[in-house]
Every structure is written in structure tokens, then in C-alpha cells.
Ligand binder design. Structure first.
Ligand SMILES: C[S@@+](CC[C@H](N)C(=O)[O-])C[C@H]1O[C@@H](n2cnc3c(N)ncnc32)[C@H](O)[C@@H]1O
Length: 232
């Protein structure tokens, strides 16, 4: 099952259930309007727009969905590649006019290409949902980046989801970190498998990066922010 992909292809064929349902083991269940994936630059949150503004050079959009950010960047004349492991999302991106689409797992993709900006939009830096996979994401990213290259991402501090009225945090006992979540996506009575994701607050990013990298907050709209990571 490819919930995001099927929803996106249906949307393009004007046959759509309007929502993807997101079940969570630790937080309240949520919905993603399918239309949100197809957002234009104006419809993107400011955190994403700020990332687009400072995107430079040859771009890889990791987990690029239906290619919304790629289409904006292509329009601006940037050489842009969208990578996603969902077959349906890749097909939808091609149908929408994204020129370079790679269907692959970010961690396994074999390539000689190098990029100047890696984009991780919609909390994409939390791919894999563990500290170990964060480290792999950073290592893999800098293998793919040219000298002077940058990672741009938006993320959200979701600690507020566990805040009690007195301001203290009530964290589920099975969680090592407030930003870890386990999701399952459902679309049209079909469901994907459970998967892990992470929403990293800026302090945690700094802690996980250690000394070898620079980290800047480019824009903040609490609890969300746009971050940039470069090599020292
Ligand atoms: C939260 S969605 C964001 C989609 C898009 N960036 C956007 O802002 O609309 C995360 C995306 O990452 C993709 N993804 C997750 N893990 C991946 C992996 N290991 N390799 C490639 N794509 C992955 C999913 O298929 C999904 O499209």
C-alpha cells in the first residue's frame, strides 16, 4: 500500500478522498488534506518559503512528495531533482512536470551526482525516527553535497503536545525523546505499515550534530522553524 502515492494519483485524476488519515501510537490521530501536498509557493508555510528563498545551486529534494517544492525551484531556473521512495508520488511528480524524478530510498540510492542544496521539507529531517538514522541522514547528505553545500529543513518542536496545564511535560514512558512518533497512514480503507518519524527541536539538532557542523535557525514561527546545516 502506498497511501500518499495513491491519494496523490487519485487527486490528479479528480477522484479523491480528501484526506489521508494519520494514526499515531502516542499523539492524537490527525488528518492531512491531500490538497496540502499540492501546495503552491503562496500556500506554503513561511518556514518552507524561507528555505526556498535561500536554496542555491543544484538541488536534491529528499522525500519530495508530489514535487511541489521542485516545481517552484524549476520555475526559478534551478537544476532540481526530486527523490522519493513512493512509486505513486514519483508518478504524480512526473505528471505535474517535475523534470528529474528518482524513485529510490534515500539511504540506498547509488549515484555519482553531487548537489549544492539538500531539501528536507515538511519535517523531512526526521526521516527514520531515531538518533541513529539522524546521524545516517547527516552522513549520507554530506556524501551527496559538494564542498560548501547546505542542508535546509523545516521542523517543529512538538513538546507542547505533551504539556500539562501546569506547564510540566507528561511524556509517554516508552519514548526516549519528545519528538519521536510512530505513525500509520490510511487512505480509502487501506493502510500502510507503522513507521517511525522524528520532530527535532533546535537544541536536540545542535546536540546531535556535535562539533563538525554549523547549525543556523533561518526562520522561526513557533513551534516551527527552518534550519540550515553546513560543514565547518
Ligand atoms: C512528510 S512527507 C513530505 C513530502 C514533501 N516533502 C512535502 O513537503 O510535501 C515525507 C516524504 O518522505 C518520503 N520518504 C520517507 N522515507 C523515505 C526514504 N527513506 N527515501 C525516500 N523517500 C522517503 C515519503 O514517501 C514522503 O513523501
Amino acid at each position: 500500500m502506498d497511501a500518499f502515492g495513491n491519494a496523490a494519483l487519485d487527486f490528479l485524476n479528480n477522484d479523491h478522498d480528501e484526506f489521508i488519515y494519520v494514526e499515531s501510537k502516542t499523539m492524537e490521530d490527525d488528518v492531512i488534506p491531500v490538497e496540502h501536498l499540492f501546495r503552491s509557493l503562496d500556500q506554503m508555510p513561511d518556514c518552507e518559503q524561507k528555505a526556498i528563498e535561500i536554496t542555491k545551486g543544484k538541488v536534491l529534494d529528499v522525500g519530495g512528495g508530489v514535487g511541489s517544492h521542485c516545481l517552484v525551484l524549476q520555475e526559478k531556473g534551478l537544476d532540481t531533482t526530486m527523490l522519493d521512495f513512493s512509486p505513486g508520488l514519483c508518478q504524480a511528480s512526473i505528471k505535474r512536470g517535475v523534470k528529474n524524478v528518482i524513485e529510490a530510498d534515500f539511504f540506498k540510492w547509488k549515484t555519482d551526482q553531487k548537489f549544492d542544496t539538500l531539501l528536507f521539507m515538511m519535517n523531512g529531517i526526521g526521516i527514520g525516527g531515531s538518533f541513529e538514522l539522524f546521524q545516517k541522514t547527516i552522513d549520507r547528505s554530506f556524501e551527496l553535497l559538494n564542498e560548501g553545500g547546505q542542508i535546509l529543513f523545516d521542523s517543529t518542536d512538538i513538546a507542547f503536545c505533551y504539556e500539562l496545564e501546569d506547564g510540566s511535560l507528561s511524556l509517554p514512558l516508552n519514548l526516549d525523546y519528545t519528538g519521536f512518533v510512530e505513525f500509520k497512514l490510511k487512505y480509502k480503507n487501506q493502510e500502510d505499515s507503522w513507521f517511525n518519524w522524528a520532530y527535532y527541536d533546535a537544541d536536540k539538532i545542535i546536540e546531535l550534530l556535535g562539533d563538525a557542523y554549523n547549525f543556523e535557525i533561518i526562520h522561526q514561527e513557533e513551534p516551527a522553524y527552518t534550519g540550515r546545516i553546513t560543514k565547518k
